[in-house]
Design a protein around this ligand. Structure first.
Ligand SMILES: Nc1ncnc2c1ncn2[C@@H]1O[C@H](COP(=O)(O)OP(=O)(O)O)[C@@H](O)[C@H]1O
Ligand SMILES: [Mg+2]
Length: 138
């Protein structure tokens, strides 16, 4: 998989395949920003990705807790910034210290856009007809 591509996700299996292809390309320090409306599959994708990154426990949505931490082949942080209303709150999470030794996956990253590392992998989820579309860009 190229880090610049777009594909239609017709089923959960397509999303699983996408996660499976992406997982081995990731390395420590990578930050993934997941954009897209509610229900477009950001959390589902993260659950699958974590599985392919060696996480054995159940991955749940961090929308209430802001951040979950998992250990697989890497330390993995899974954040959902939907409930934050100021960029300063992102700083309070201490994101910067987290980034470098882990893979960080961020749902609703818009509020932190200006703070994300330059090499952040941006992944955009969308509804399209009866399906979903995903676009990845570095
Ligand atoms: N192709 C697909 N990819 C991902 N999720 C899908 C797909 N088709 C149906 N779904 C379902 O849609 C829902 C997506 O929800 P979720 O991942 O929580 O979205 P978000 O985190 O973007 O709000 C899940 O219940 C999932 O089972
Ligand atoms: Mg979600």
């Amino acid at each position: 998989m190229d880090m610049q591509e777009e594909r239609i996700l017709r089923s959960e299996d397509d999303t699983i395949e996408f996660a499976k292809e992406l997982a081995p390309k990731l390395k420590k320090g990578d930050v993934l920003a997941l954009y897209g409306e509610l229900g477009t599959g950001k959390t589902f994708f993260t659950q699958q990705l974590c599985k392919f990154l060696g996480v054995r426990e159940n991955v749940s949505s961090p929308s209430y807790v802001l951040m979950n931490e998992y250990i697989g082949n890497y330390n993995i942080y899974h954040l959902d910034l939907y409930r934050l209303d100021a960029a300063e709150e992102v700083l309070e999470l201490g994101l910067y210290d987290l980034f470098k030794d882990a893979i960080t996956i961020i749902e609703w990253p818009e509020i932190a856009d200006g703070m994300l590392p330059e090499n952040t992998i941006h992944i955009y989820f969308e509804f399209i007809d009866q399906n979903r579309k995903v676009r990845i860009s570095k």
